[in-house]
Design a protein around this ligand. Sequence first.
Ligand code: SF4
Length: 63
Amino acid sequence: MFAEVDKDACIGCGACPEVCPEVFRMEDDDKAIAYKNPVPSEFLESAKEAAEGCPTEAIHFQE
Ligand code: SF4
């Protein structure tokens, strides 16, 4: 499973790296990226939790 942040949708709230720092981090442009792909299975649940908590639904998953 691959995680992707839609940078146009991300408002840089910083929530996803707080929920799942193993997969998401903030970049210099104050937008989040998914830096660990494919998402290791042990972090998939928290990555999905981060996606559910994203206020702009900017995080998507693909097989
Ligand atoms: S939770 Fe959503 S809006 Fe907030 S930093 Fe992450 S991707 Fe961006």
